[in-house]
Ligand binder design. Structure first.
Ligand SMILES: [Zn+2]
Length: 431
C-alpha cells in the first residue's frame, strides 16, 4: 500500500510538470492523491507492525523532493512540494516516532555530495531561483539568461556558487560552462486577461522590454511611455475610470464625461513638429540613460505609431514594470517649464488609485526635483492635479510628465539634460 502512495506521488508530480500547470493546481493534485492515501491508511487495519512499515516508507518519501527531475516547473515548485511532501510525511508518521518536516528537508539538502569546482557557469533560462541552501533554502535572488557565477561545487541536481559574496545554490539543470549571451530585449504583447484589460479598445501593438546588462542591475523596470502616436486613437472612446464613474477634472476631455478618446493626437510644436515625435525623442534618450544605470526599460512606443491605447499602455505598465512615466509637452506657448500631473483629490478613494496615489505623487515630486537639480525650468510648484486615464488605471507609481510646451527647446543637448534629470529623479524615488 505504501509503495502505491509513493508511485502516485511521483506520477502526479510528473503529470503536473509535463503539463506545466500552475503550482496551485499541482498542489491540488498532490492533495487529492494524498487524501486518498490517507483515507486508505486510516480505514485499513493498521497493526503496530504496519504502522512501523508506514513510518519506514514515509521516511523514503522524503527523498522524493530532490529526486524528482529538476525541470523548469520543478525548480519553481521544489520548495513548496518538498515542504508539502515533508508535511504529508509527518501526517502519515503521526502516532509513531516521526522526524519533523524541517529536519527531513535539512537532511535531504545535507545529503548532497558536491564535487569541488573552480569555474565560471552561465545561466540558461530566466527567473531561476538562487537559494541559501540546496533544494528548499530561502530564495536570495533570481538569475536570468546569460548571468554568470563562480561555481565552487557541483552535483547533478545542484550547484554551489558564489552570489554577492555569500555561498548560494542553484539548480544544475540551468547552468552551463559554455558562454550564454544575455538576453537584451523581448517583445511584449497585450493580454486582455490582465486587470482592466477588457476596457482597452486598441491593443494589437507590442511594447519592448529592454534588460539592463551591466553589473549594476537595479532589479527594477521603468515603463517609458512616449505620449500619443496611435493612428485612429482619437476616433475611439474608452472608459475614463475602470468603474465607469465620470471624470472629476477637465483636460482634453471635460469633467463629467465617462468616456474619453482612447489616445489623442497630441499638440504640435511651434515649428510644426508633432508633440508625439518630440516625446519619442526624449523617451529614447531616457531609455539609454536608464539602461546604463541598471534599470530595465519597458518602451511602449519606439516609432511613429504603436497600436496601444492609453488603457492598454497603463495596464501593460501595471503588469510588466515597477513605475510608469509618460512623456508629454503641453499645448501652451509660454515656455512654462516642466511639471507632472498629480492625482486629483476626487479620485483618491477610487480603486486602484486609492492603493497607489501617494506613491505616484512621490514619484512625480522626485522626478521634478531631478529635473530642477539639472537646471530645467519648473512650472509653478511642479505639479497640477488632473484626472487622467493613465492615473485612473494605474496600480504602480505612475505620472504624466509635461516637460514643457509648444515653444520649449528640444535640441539634442536639451533632451539629454531632460533624460538625465528624469533618471536622477527615478534614482531619488528608489533611494
Ligand atoms: Zn501630450
Amino acid at each position: 500500500m505504501r509503495r502505491n502512495i509513493k508511485k502516485r506521488i511521483l506520477l502526479s508530480a510528473a503529470a503536473c510538470m509535463a503539463l506545466s500547470v500552475s503550482l496551485s493546481s499541482c498542489k491540488k493534485s498532490y492533495e487529492s492523491e494524498f487524501n486518498e492515501a490517507k483515507v486508505s491508511v486510516e480505514e485499513g487495519t493498521l497493526t503496530e507492525s504496519t504502522a512501523n512499515t508506514a513510518a519506514a516508507e514515509a521516511q523514503t518519501l522524503t527523498s522524493i523532493g530532490p529526486t524528482v527531475p529538476a525541470d523548469n516547473a520543478q525548480e519553481h515548485v521544489s520548495a513548496e512540494t518538498s515542504a508539502y511532501i515533508a508535511s504529508q510525511t509527518a501526517t502519515v508518521q503521526s502516532g509513531s516516532a516521526g522526524t519533523s518536516s524541517a529536519n527531513a528537508a535539512a537532511e535531504s539538502a545535507a545529503a548532497i555530495n558536491f564535487e569541488t569546482r573552480d569555474e565560471t557557469v552561465y545561466i540558461t533560462k530566466d527567473d531561476v531561483n538562487i537559494r541559501k541552501a540546496a533544494v528548499d533554502g530561502e530564495v536570495l535572488g533570481k538569475a536570468n539568461t546569460g548571468d554568470s557565477f563562480h561555481r565552487t561545487g557541483y552535483s547533478d541536481k545542484w550547484s554551489r556558487i558564489e552570489y554577492n559574496g555569500v555561498t548560494a545554490y542553484i539548480s544544475s539543470d540551468y547552468t552551463t560552462t559554455t558562454v550564454v549571451e544575455k538576453k537584451t530585449s523581448e517583445s511584449v504583447a497585450f493580454n486582455t486577461g490582465w486587470e482592466f484589460g477588457g476596457n482597452s479598445k486598441i491593443n494589437s501593438g507590442t511594447a519592448t522590454l529592454y534588460y539592463a546588462t551591466g553589473s549594476n542591475k537595479k532589479g527594477k523596470t521603468v515603463c517609458v511611455n512616449a505620449g500619443h502616436g496611435t493612428k485612429g486613437g482619437s476616433s475611439v472612446k474608452t472608459l475614463c475610470h475602470p468603474d465607469g464613474t465620470p471624470k472629476v477634472t477637465g483636460g482634453s476631455t471635460a469633467a463629467g464625461n465617462t468616456t474619453a478618446t482612447a489616445v489623442s493626437s497630441g499638440t504640435t510644436m511651434q515649428d510644426g513638429t508633432s508633440e508625439a515625435y518630440v516625446n519619442l525623442k526624449v523617451a529614447k534618450a531616457l531609455k539609454s540613460v536608464l539602461l546604463e544605470r541598471g534599470y530595465n526599460v519597458l518602451m511602449i512606443r519606439e516609432s511613429d505609431d504603436v497600436q496601444l491605447d492609453n488603457i492598454a499602455r497603463t495596464v501593460m505598465a501595471n503588469e510588466m514594470s515597477n513605475c510608469h512615466i509618460a512623456i508629454h509637452y503641453d499645448s501652451t506657448t509660454s515656455n512654462k517649464g516642466a511639471f507632472f500631473m498629480s492625482v486629483a483629490d476626487g479620485i483618491k478613494n477610487m480603486y486602484p488609485v486609492s492603493t497607489i496615489w501617494q506613491e505616484s505623487d512621490r514619484l512625480g515630486t522626485s522626478v521634478i526635483s531631478g529635473l530642477s537639480s539639472n537646471g530645467v525650468k519648473i512650472f509653478s510648484g511642479g505639479s497640477m492635479q488632473m484626472d487622467l486615464t493613465q492615473t485612473s488605471y494605474s496600480k504602480i507609481p505612475s505620472i504624466d510628465l509635461e516637460l514643457g510646451d509648444k515653444v520649449s527647446d528640444y535640441s539634442d543637448s536639451t533632451v539629454s539634460v531632460l533624460a538625465k534629470g528624469i533618471a536622477d529623479g527615478i534614482d531619488v524615488f528608489y533611494s
